[in-house]
Design a binder for this molecule. Structure first.
Ligand code: URA
Ligand code: SF4
Length: 208
């Protein structure tokens, strides 16, 4: 099965999921959106009002700002995969609870496995907590780290910057560096695969 079909299958499972109580109050589950070939995956917190209405991630005020952050940084929104740690709206936009995060986590794991992105961008503390323990976003925002063999960049949640105007230039600056991080990562991977194929050549030559 190709990547797109695998993502579709995961999305269908999510739409019928009853693994936690958020299934009782949701209107539409929000599996996520973007191509299976995405190099960047962004992980937010959970659907809000408009996302729950439309079944799509980041379509409200935070979503508009996120689109601007990506576009200003030279990254077309439709080239990235956008999802959340919980796929159903917590009522009244309350925080997702521990058992909901746990129940939903396998869907996100599967999406990451299928997409295999070069970089994961976490938006806000619940997605950051998947990779970083006991850290403050104010200390590590915008800095890439290796976690389980993948590059993770924790960012402020766009909603935080909408509520705290002093964070706006900070999040804009962090997103403006994302594209060059990806280019660097691609160059590094290309160099590694060149080296590997040179080694293959060397091994083959040694037979003669
Ligand atoms: N905030 C989120 O964390 N996710 C969305 O999809 C929308 C707003
Ligand atoms: Fe299932 Fe996740 Fe929705 Fe809970 S939030 S019902 S685990 S899809």
């Amino acid at each position: 099965m190709g990547g797109e079909d695998q993502l579709l299958k995961i999305a269908q499972e999510i739409q019928h999921c009853r693994k936690c109580d958020l299934s009782h109050t949701r209107k539409n589950a929000v599996p996520g959106k973007g191509p299976a070939s995405a190099e960047i995956m962004l992980i937010g917190e959970g659907p809000g009002y408009y996302e729950n209405e439309q079944g799509l991630p980041f379509v409200g005020a935070s979503g508009k700002f996120l689109t601007q952050l990506l576009t200003d940084g030279g990254i077309p929104r439709d080239s990235v995969f956008i999802t959340n740690v919980v796929k159903c709206r917590p009522p009244g936009n309350r925080e997702p609870q521990e058992q909901e995060l746990r129940a939903c986590s396998a869907y996100l794991d599967k999406q990451i496995e299928v997409i295999n992105p070069l970089i994961i961008v976490t938006l806000g503390r619940f997605s950051m907590a998947r990779y970083f323990k006991n850290v403050r976003i104010s200390k590590i925002h915008g800095n890439a780290s290796w976690k389980n063999g993948r590059l993770i960049v924790p960012m402020y949640h766009p909603a935080a910057a909408l509520h705290q105007p002093n964070l706006r230039p900070v999040i804009l600056e962090d997103f403006s560096r994302l594209k060059s991080m990806i280019e660097k990562e691609k160059e590094k991977r290309a160099a590694i695969s060149d080296e590997a194929s040179n080694q293959d050549d060397a091994t083959q030559l040694s037979f003669f």
